[in-house]
Every structure is written in structure tokens, then in C-alpha cells.
Write a protein that binds this ligand. Sequence first.
Ligand SMILES: [Zn+2]
Ligand SMILES: [Zn+2]
Length: 865
Amino acid sequence: MVSSDQLPKNYDFAEVEERWRGTWRDEDHYFDRNSEKPQFVIDTPPPYPTGNFHIGNALNWCYIDFFARYKRMKGFNVMFPQGWDCHGLPTEVKVEELNHITKNDVSREEFRRMCRELTEKNITQMRLTLRKMAFSTDWSNEYITMKPDYYGKTQLSFLRMLKNGYIYQSEHPVNYCSRCETAIAFAEVAYEDRETQLNYFDFGGVEIATTRPELLAACVALAVHPEDERYHSLKGRKMKVPIFGHEVPVIQDTAVDPAFGSGAVMICTFGDKQDVHWWKQHNLALRKAIDRQGKMTEIADTYQGMTAAECRTAILADMKSLNILNRQERLAQRVGTCWRCKTPIEILSERQWFVRIKPDEIQKAAHQITWYPEHMLRRMENWIEQMEWDWCISRQRIFATPIPVWFCAKCGDMITPDEKDLPVDPTLVQPDHACPRCGGNDFIGEADVLDTWMDSSISVLKVTGWDGKGVPPFFPAQIRPQGHDIIRTWAFYTILRSVALTGQKPWDEILVNGMVLGEDGFKMSKSRGNIIVPEEILLKYGADALRQWAAMGAATGSDIMFSWNDVVAASRFQTKMWNIARFVMIQLEKEGFDKNVPVTALADRWLLVHLSDTIQAVSDAMECYQFDVALKAIREFAWDTLADNYIELVKGRLYTGNESRKSALLVLSTALDSLCRMLAPFTPYFAEECYTNLNKGASVHSQPWVSFTYDDETARNEGNLLVQVVAGVRKYKHDSGLALNAPLGRVTIYAPHTVNDEGDTGRTLNADVHWRTDAAQLDRAVTDISFNRAVIGPVFRKQAQEFMAAVRALSPDQLENPPKTILLEGNEVEIPENAFTPKFSYIEEGAKVDVITVGDVIVTIVKSA
Ligand SMILES: [Zn+2]
Ligand SMILES: [Zn+2]
């Protein structure tokens, strides 16, 4: 603590932020499990530990921290946990890259160890950024999904859902990435526009158009529209597949588009989702032509072992030489690709594990949740409505939660572990009892692992204390904050799992944030070179400026463009606020203020009215997560109302020894105290630095939210008038080329009623100010006439001088309403348009005055003192 006049002139964010970071205690942010306060549990997104906390994360976390801090100040027992969603492909790929190996070069256990090690390192790095950003994380509720205490819960949830029928295994077509060698869920399929070739070839006399000739070996039927007359003769027939020679039936289906290609299509297992549909509908055979590595299988005969692409080239060449390739044309196509590596996905029929999707249950729970912004619920509804397949949860990878299941080698029965033994890796340990069905002692552990979303979709169960027994003690959470890009995954899966495991919705509210775009308005990407790293902003402008950008950038839920200008503006606001705070503290220190002094002066009451309005507006905005609205209101109050208007008005009073000085001091300290509290969620470092200086070492972060209210309609109206008049006269000074502190003579304000301004107006304007309620008595006089020589010259030529003299001789009334003609050397001549403009001035009580109007109020000004 320094004395106020020793407060540094400039706000040094780097010094202040580092100092407070070293002072604050983690314990102050711990959730209290025994608290009587209402709970506010946040289901924080667990980021993927890449090592870099990116700008999109930063936006998301700023929102979370804004309301976490706000809710704490409002008296809630807040849990702001921090999770890490560790498992998955990106880490596996990184480990392979860093160690120059493939996953098959080392044992599964060794590969997992390498993944864990890299993840630990990355988490350490990201924790540091979280701390620098001043997020009020509850580190006592940190969870790491690759740790046994977490993935043990994932396994427990798997077993529970297996038991209650939500999870089953089955051979079913799934989306499969042959590069990543794993099944993927529909939510992980990314769509890309590509150009491909449509090949027309002769299929035993019927022309078939296909983009996938390499699937010819997997052809199981031909399909035509039942009303397509061209193909009536094919009804009930079998056709021989060219090159391969197997026979397939001709089926009829109204889903065939007679206008596409030749109107006949071949059905392969599987070219696309439509094939899957027909395959089921018509109970067709299954021919697997492509294997898990993307290679042609033995049913592809001579093409066996080729990649799909090689096979395509070879088959087209063979069709050409057999003279059955009729023609080829280009075709624009939307291709489903792997979200991770962009390889086009194949649809393979595989034994996989699935979670049953019950759309009605999920819809019901989704509608019990309050969505911010509201329209995001529509996205969830759309996604649920278009669900056709169950959620494929098995992956053929390594760094993931093992599926806790064995199969008896003798009878094939499934054996699950005891819940008390979780977590288990069934590939490393064996069941501790014989097969209950056949008594066998030989078991095969399930080698497939779980989709990462199986881990992260129980985050809310984990933080609310789920132990497998019904509804957890702190369930449901109050809010889920997340990006709109993962509504179809994380939000969807979490609702599904919560309903399946507890029968309830996971949260009361969900807050969806937008994406951060680069300064050029495009999605940030390496190739565009428009990536902004939070660390760079932290270094240049500090955490508080970055946090302000996050709040102000856009309405919650909208995409937000990054802008250095906004960060600079945020940093300028801190400079301005620091100047205000420093001024106030210096004034307060000169003379201790009295908390019980009556606030009487109009300007003081007016400021309190506006402070009260601002607090109401900010509180309302915080309640519905409109951070841009809240911070904008704070800034406008601080910058315009407090600094530009109020402080300018009362500055003079503060330098007098008047009694009313105390009233201004009380108002200033109330305003600054309130501003610190309202800024605390947004700029925790800055607010702390100001507050602690203002309140002798107390922390703003342990204060309640500001609850000050003040109502005084008279002060609002009269104060607004006062402020407008002062602004009007200041503008007059500026327009007249006078300095703002230049002395004026008498200033008379003709207002509807007089105002007891405690002399503020006079001191501010440096003038002898009189408030009057009578009407202004003003005489108007013409003091000058400006002639328009461009008009007069050409018309009057040599007579121009005489014309001007004649005009000057007119009476003031005539000048104001000029006659049509004028007498010039005995002749009546016409006065041309725009020949002259009279200049008036006003005389008040014998003195020449300038007159301005502020609304309906007339203000007369005697310029010189
Ligand atoms: Zn892939
Ligand atoms: Zn058995």
C-alpha cells in the first residue's frame, strides 16, 4: 500500500498482473461441499491438451470466468472445474511424429506411456496460460480423463449402459477411416466438395453410371424405379456382374432417380448411406470388397491387395479394353471425409459397439434446458431429427479408455469385470473367475477402445460426484458453456448419457459461444497466416485487455472477429480508469470523507442516479450472460458520465473548502468502489489494484456484487439539464476559439426552474452564472452585413458600391425581410437573390450577448469578464 500521491502515474499492467498472480490463493476458488450457499456448478469444457491454449479456448474461458466471478460475488457456491480431455487420435499422431515411429513399432503399453507423457507436458504448459489469464479455476476439481479415477468412471458408465440396454455390439455398417484405421461416428464425418468422374459402363445390356467402379466386386443388386418403362423387362431377372461374373438380383425401389445417369443403379456394400438403406430394406447379400486398411479383399480377385484408388484405375482400364466403358463425365460431389485426416471415409460392415439413440428422450431433456442464445436449441433439434444410425463408440486405436469386456474363448460368452475392480484393461488382465456358462478359463480381452466422447460426455457426472448410484449429489450442473461447433457432439452426447444414467437433464442452462475469426474475417488457419496466439496478446497488452476484447467483441453466441484495435481500446480504457481512480484517491486522501454526510448538491445526486441505473443495467446483462452489454454500460458510465461530465463539473468544488466538497467525495468514492466491483469479473487484476488502494488492502474478489440503488427523479431531470447546459457552453467556447478554462463574463440560463448547483456550473465554465426562470428579454440588432460579391459584381458592376451603401441604409426590419427592389440613383432596381446576409446580435439589459440554445433553454453569454 502506497499513499495515493505515490500511486504510479501510469498503469503498468505487466507489473500489476504478475504481482497479483503471486498473491492470490487457489483456495479462494474452491467449491465448498458443505456450504449452505446455493450451488453454481459449471460443466467446463475439457480442452484437448495440445500444449497451446488457443484464442477460441480463451474466448470460451473468458465467458466462463466472467460469470463464475459474478456468481461468487452474488453469493453462490461456485464450482469452476478444469478438465483435460486427453485420449484420442491427435496425440497418437503427435507421438508417432515426435518419436519417428508408428503405433505398431512398440507395445500398446509403451505407446500409451508415450502418449501420457506428452499429454502431461502439454497440460503443464496450458495450466500456465490459464493462470496468466486470471481464470478463477477450482483446481481442487481438476480432472484428467487419462487418469484411472476418471476413465474408471467412463468404464463404469459403459457397464451401466450395457446393463440397461443402451449399449450393444453388432455387425453393422459404420463410417470408417482406412488411414486412421478406426471406425468413426457420424458427428466426426466432415463434408468436402470434390470433383469426381461419373463412369457409364455396360452392365449386361443396361447402362450403369457409377463414381465408384472399384466397388464392382461388392455389387449385390441392380436397382431401377418401378415405373421406369425402359427396364420393365428386367423385373425378376438376375444379372451377371461384368468382370467378376457373380449374379445379382434386379430390385425395384421408388428411391431410384430415373433422371440420374441411365436411371439404373448398382447397389454395392457399401458405396454410401443409400446403399446401406437399400441393403437393409431388400435384405441383400453382404460383399466386403475393401478391408480395414483400405485394401481390396479376396472377393476382388485379381485386384486383391490393391488400394481402392489403384483398383479404380485398373478396373476402368480393364473396362476400356473389354469395350464396356461407354463414356465418362465430370461430376461435382460432396464427399464425407475423416475429421482428422480428410481421407474419404468408407462404409464398412464391422462388429462394433453402439450406443442406442432414443431421439424422444434427448429432445425432451434438451427442451428442459435454457439455451443462450435461444436459437442454438434449433441446431440441437435438427441434429436429433436427422439421426438415423446409433452412435458407434468403438475405436480400433490405443490411447483411449479400454472397453472393459472379455469373451470366453470356448463358448464366446461375454464377461464383464466387477465394478470394484475398475478400471481394467482387458488386454492386460484376465477375469478372476471361470466362465459362468462353460467353466472355461481362457478369455479374449476386447482390444477395441472407446470413442473419446465417451470420456468427455460424463464430465458433468464426474464433477457432480457420480459414483454409479443414481443421481449424483450436485447434479444437475447449473450451466454448460461450450462452442457451437460441438453441439452435435459434446452437448448431444452429454444429454444422451445423462438421461441414460440418471434419467435427468445434465444442466439447467447451456451457454453457447461463437468461433473466433482472424482479423481478415476468415477462420484462423496456418495456411492463411491469420492465427492469433493468446500469449502474444498477454505479452503486449496483458490479460485484462484480452478479457475485455472477449467481452466486447460480439453478442454472446455470435462469431467474433479478432481485432488488435479492440485490444488497444481496452488498454486505453484501463489508462483512463486508472487516471480516474488516481484522481479520486488523491482527493480522498487530502481529507478523509464522511460516509454519513448528506448528498445534497444536484450534480452529486445526478451522478448517483446514473450510477444506480448503470448497476441495474450491468446486473441485468450479467444475469443473461450479455457480457458485451454489461461492459459497454460500465465503460460508458466511467468514461462519459463520471469522467467527462461529473468530474469536470465538481473539480472546482473539490478545490474549494466548501462543506459540499464532502458530498462530492462521498459520491466519487461510491462510484469508484462500485466500478471496481462491476469490473472485477472482467478485469480482475485492474479491479483488484484499484480496489485494494481504495479500501486499504481489501480484495475486491471477496466483496459482494454491488447492490447500490438511488432514485431521485428531480435530480435526474435537473442534472441532465445542468450537464447539457455545461456541454453547450463548452461547445460554444470551442467554436469561438476559446480555451475550455478561458474566463467568460455573465452567463444567464433561462430554464423552467432554477437549479441549486452549489456553484458547480460557474466554476466549471469559469463564468458568473445565473439561473433564471423568467423569459429572456432580448433585443435583436443588425451588427453587420455580409455581401456576396460573386452575385453583386456581375449585376451592378460600377454601381456595386452604391448598391451596398443602399442596403446598409435599410432598417433592421427591412434587412430581415428584404424588399424586392431598392432605389439606386433614382431607379428602382431588383435585389438579386443571395446578394447579402444580415448578421444579428442580441442585446440584453444593455449589454451585447451571444445566445445559444440547449433544447428549450436559452443561454446568454457575455463573452468578456
Ligand atoms: Zn482419418
Ligand atoms: Zn464360456
